[in-house]
Design a binder for this molecule. Structure first.
Ligand code: CO
Length: 144
């Protein structure tokens, strides 16, 4: 594993729409492992592929309850509303209040390409949506 450089605000890469991840091979596993190491080293709760310069649809989240890897995630449903502080490893030292759904259900693939669904609420829902936004070039400051 290796710590990767986190792309910072102002870089065009963060504004691009990412493409579907088609292969579930050793290369993907290496990138996902590196992203986890990078996220933990930076003490973040999530990291998306474009933040390490890769324009593909995958991201990771860990709010302290274990690592979640989402490849090609799609929002299935959302309900409720929450307001809370958000930050981003690509925008260091800045935080803002963002309104998000309280609960979300997301369908995604794991690193082996197997499809699964996850339902999450509160901080975990917020983190998942924040990272999924990155895959479409959207930053939390756009929603603040
Ligand atoms: Co972010």
């Amino acid at each position: 594993m290796a710590i990767r450089n986190i792309v910072k605000y102002g870089d065009d890469v963060l504004r691009k729409k990412c493409r579907t991840q088609l292969s579930f091979d050793e290369h993907l596993h290496q990138v996902l492992d590196d992203m986890a190491e990078t996220m933990y080293a930076a003490e973040g709760v999530g990291l998306a592929a474009p933040q390490v310069g890769i324009l593909r649809r995958f991201c990771i989240v860990d709010i302290g309850d274990g690592l979640l890897e989402l490849v090609n995630p799609v929002l299935v449903s959302s309900s409720g509303e929450q307001c809370g502080q958000e930050g981003c490893l690509s925008i260091p030292g800045k935080y803002a209040e963002v309104k998000r759904p309280m609960t979300v259900t997301v369908r995604a693939q794991n690193r082996l390409g197997e499809t699964f669904e996850i339902t999450a609420s509160e901080l975990k829902a917020r983190a998942i949506l924040h990272e999924m936004d990155h895959l479409d070039g959207i930053l939390y400051i756009d929603r603040a």
